[in-house]
Design a protein around this ligand. Structure first.
Ligand SMILES: [Zn+2]
Length: 232
């Protein structure tokens, strides 16, 4: 019974996540092969866009893997994957502009980014120990220890921090992509057609954050369903 309910909660957001990730890879595979008209690599575009935004203290470094590009607000470092940094593709322009969007948020003190950074430790704790607490509490309860319910509630409270993190990630990501679109147009780095391509990559990536939120919410609802179904 518990297992069936668990699958009922978790499978729809999982399917949505798989679909969103497949959209990201197909958009990236397509537009990482389309050369941009200015012939700018991601690394060159990063210099142009950092300058455009007056971000002189942000360093650019490389990072391993594919689609691992990110901005590190603590170190003020923009890390680009090899394909994005070296190839003059349409996808690279979109991805670099998005990450620089995060650097601009950082400089501007954009509130959702600050809240998100502050939530990192609690969210890590919640996603690691929330689950453990809920199941430990469940086992205690099944063996007749009434305080097992309190342990479950503590686990749910911990896990709620992870849900909050996924929620606050949405405005951070959508805002970075909007900033990316604006700076690509304002600097004239992309043609109208390239703008559409870069935008498609960004929209697909944003969907994965929606999927992550839905997964976290489904998990939370399942925990609530479990604990509310029990009697003191
Ligand atoms: Zn982002």
């Amino acid at each position: 019974m518990g297992i069936f309910m668990y699958l009922l909660f978790m499978i729809p957001p999982l399917i949505f996540m798989i679909w969103a990730q497949s959209r990201v890879s197909s958009a990236y595979n397509k537009y990482s092969k389309v050369r941009n008209m200015s012939g700018m690599t991601g690394a060159q575009a990063a210099q142009t866009l950092l300058e455009y935004n007056g971000l002189r203290d942000v360093k650019v470094e490389g990072t391993k893997g594919k689609l691992t590009d990110h901005y590190d607000p603590r170190r003020k470092v923009l890390r680009l994957s090899a394909d994005v940094a070296r190839l003059p593709s349409v996808a690279a322009l979109g991805i670099v502009a998005h990450e620089i969007g995060h650097a601009v948020q950082d400089k501007a003190g954009y509130a959702p980014l600050r809240i998100r950074s502050a939530l990192v430790p609690a969210a890590n704790l919640g996603s690691r120990f929330g689950f453990i607490c809920v199941f430990l509490g469940l086992i205690l309860y099944m063996f007749g220890a009434g305080f097992g319910l309190d342990v479950m509630w503590a686990g749910i409270a911990l896990f709620a921090a992870a849900v909050l993190f996924a929620l606050v990630t949405l405005p951070v990501e959508y805002n970075a992509s909007n900033r990316a679109r604006q700076m690509l147009q304002a600097t004239g780095l992309v043609s109208a057609k390239e703008y559409q391509g870069a935008s498609t990559v960004l929209s697909a990536a944003a969907l994965t954050y929606v999927a992550a939120l839905l997964q976290a919410l489904a998990q939370l609802f399942f925990f609530l369903f479990l604990v509310l179904g029990m009697r003191r």
